[in-house]
Ligand binder design. Structure first.
Ligand SMILES: N[C@@H](CCC(=O)N[C@@H](CS)C(=O)NCC(=O)O)C(=O)O
Length: 245
């Protein structure tokens, strides 16, 4: 595995990395893992190095990158403390890998099996049912060469629907416990990878093209966005360290 992982074209900083190495760009998917690493840094002093990949230039489709992630998308982490170095693709799998290997006290996960399951449910929910739809709204409203109203409307409606699912959970509408602070965990919940996975997307509702009126049915989601954006690790995780110069 090791001789095939890196080639002459692999950037030196990737090949020479000694510990955790992150390949990313400051997009919502990139930010999810960036935030997790910044949180681990504050909680445990975790260290890593970073390579910024410009997806507009298609670096993520090159042969050297596909060896780390055959899906050709950011983010990817490579754990060089493993022998041979171990690459991890897919944001949620990366966050769960980091949780297991680097969050020994489960500060961003749960020891209780049912809470852990709830955390996985909400992480998977956003991975499978949130990010792909909001990503398609961004694509069809901004990037597509042709504006196709059917596609824009379909993905906008579906994204609003999944915001509504988050609202049900955060409002506590169907629970005796009342409104929650975070997606997973008993009572009001605990800030966890489920929030870190979801937040970078939902906080971008305005950029995605939703109006304040369209967001009115989701007051608890809007409060949750504000609750998380104040965290120092979150500010760093979406900040200038990850901006391409
Ligand atoms: N399911 C993947 C999606 C990753 C993804 O779509 N990344 C985007 C940036 S947010 C990307 O690399 N786009 C470039 C491309 O599609 O070539 C994950 O969760 O990691």
């Amino acid at each position: 595995m090791a001789p095939k992982l890196y080639t002459d074209e692999t950037p030196k900083e990737v090949k020479d990395a000694k510990g955790l190495h992150l390949l990313t760009m400051n997009t919502p998917n990139g930010q999810a893992v960036q935030i997790m690493l910044e949180e681990l840094k504050d909680a445990y002093g975790t260290e890593w190095t970073t390579t910024l990949v410009d997806i507009m230039k298609n670096g993520q489709k090159s042969d050297w990158f596909l060896r780390l992630d055959p899906n050709g998308r950011i983010p990817v982490i490579v754990d060089n403390t493993q022998d041979p170095p171990f690459p991890v693709m897919e944001t949620s799998a990366e966050m769960l890998y980091l949780l297991k290997a680097y969050d020994k006290e489960d500060k961003f996960g749960f020891k209780d099996e049912l809470e852990r399951s709830q955390c996985l449910q909400w992480t998977f929910f956003w991975h499978g049912s949130g990010a792909p739809y909001q990503g398609q709204v961004n694509h069809f409203s901004r990037a597509a060469p042709e504006k196709i109203p059917y596609a824009i409307t379909r993905f906008k409606n579906e994204t609003l629907r999944v915001y509504g699912v988050l609202e049900i959970q955060l409002s506590g509408k169907y629970s005796d416990a009342g409104p929650r602070d975070f997606l997973a965990g008993k009572g009001k919940g605990k800030y966890s990878v489920a929030d870190m996975k979801t937040w970078p997307w939902v906080k971008g509702w305005e950029r995605t093209g939703f109006t304040k009126e369209e967001m009115e049915p989701f007051p608890n989601v809007l409060k949750w966005i504000e609750r998380i954006e104040g965290r120092e690790a979150v500010k760093r995780g979406i900040g200038e360290a990850y901006t391409q110069s």
